[in-house]
Design a protein around this ligand. Structure first.
Ligand SMILES: Nc1nc2c(ncn2[C@@H]2O[C@H](COP(=O)(O)OP(=O)(O)OP(=O)(O)O)[C@@H](O)[C@H]2O)c(=O)[nH]1
Length: 296
């Protein structure tokens, strides 16, 4: 028997905010690399998760949600999405099983149609654990109507249902070739970017009345010592947002620090002292200089 040819390449998941793209990436990779949150549009960096298998390597690029741009940051995010689409070998278009297909899905499907000739698109029905089998069947039919998909697959990241099948189907679309990354790499994001994302995720948790886009985090310094000291700055746009992040008597910021530190320690495998500072950078989303400084 001949060995199946080794395949390697890039794939990304696209879909409306909150449809479960980050969770799916984590499920495929089997480790927490992308940032999940119950709030929409929290994934800003193209964080890659890498699936290593005997028969191939799949590099997952996690894109931010495509949306109608209202600010300069919004436009840049959409550019990032389109650039990513042009660079991958396959795209997983995600729609959630617990919702009917809506205008948002149709908008993205329309955008995808333009590249569908060159890049295969898989239809992925997510969160199937939330609905009955007959609803899954109904949604699959509706999804089929939406575009020309190379494959359609219903999955549940939460229930680990058909995650392996999805990996198989994505791998099948990859070109034959050797591994692109050394074995064991989960993400090629620099550690500081992941640390900044952990802080950002913790700082966003439970903040109801503010947009996630108003918050950015920069890791200023990492000083080795008896324990590693990490100094990070949380940027907000207005004084009112600063008080929200800090909380009464600093209580909220303290909680944010504890949460983020736990994740950073898990990532680095060592004890960490985390110093957080909250700063106001007025209207940073609209200012190209500030955007560059904050890593956009
Ligand atoms: N029940 C269930 N919930 C899920 C599943 N996958 C994701 N979720 C939940 O759906 C919400 C959104 O998931 P994310 O993975 O952050 O969604 P996303 O599409 O990456 O969102 P953005 O980064 O905002 O574009 C989170 O609260 C997840 O816990 C699933 O398979 N089953």
């Amino acid at each position: 028997m001949t060995q199946p040819e080794f395949r390697s390449g890039f794939a990304c998941f696209v879909g409306r905010p909150n449809v479960g793209k980050s969770t799916l990436t984590n499920a495929l990779v089997g480790s927490k690399v992308a940032i999940t949150s119950s709030r929409p549009q929290t994934t800003r960096h193209a964080i890659r998760g890498i699936v290593h298998r005997e028969d191939g390597q799949l590099i997952l690029v996690d894109t931010p949600g495509l949306h109608r741009p209202r600010t300069l940051l919004g436009e840049r995010l959409n550019d990032v999405v389109r650039t990513t689409w042009a660079e991958v070998d396959a795209i997983g278009f995600c729609v959630p099983a617990d919702q009917t297909i809506g205008p948002g899905d149709k908008f993205i499907a329309g955008e995808l149609r333009e590249i569908a000739g060159r890049t295969p698109v898989l239809g992925v029905l997510t969160k199937t654990d939330l609905v009955k089998p007959e609803v899954i069947a109904e949604r699959l039919l509706a999804l089929q109507e939406l575009a020309e998909f190379a494959e359609i697959v219903p999955v549940s990241a939460a229930g680990n249902v058909r995650i392996d099948l999805l990996t198989d189907l994505l791998l099948a679309q990859m070109p034959p070739g050797p591994p692109l990354y050394p074995d064991g790499d989960l993400s090629d994001e620099p550690e500081t970017t992941m640390i900044a994302e952990f802080v950002r995720e913790a700082a966003l948790e439970g903040v109801r009345d503010e947009l996630p886009h108003s918050l950015a985090v920069v890791v200023e310094e990492m000083t080795p010592g008896k324990v590693l000291t990490v100094r990070a700055e949380i940027f907000v746009e207005r004084d009112s947002q600063k008080s929200i992040v800090i909380g009464k008597g600093g209580s909220r910021l303290k909680h944010v620090g504890t949460e983020a530190r736990r994740q950073i320690e898990a990532l680095l495998g060592e004890k960490v002292h985390l110093d957080l500072f909250v700063k106001v950078a007025k209207d940073w989303q609209r200012d190209p200089r500030q955007l560059r400084r904050l890593g956009f």
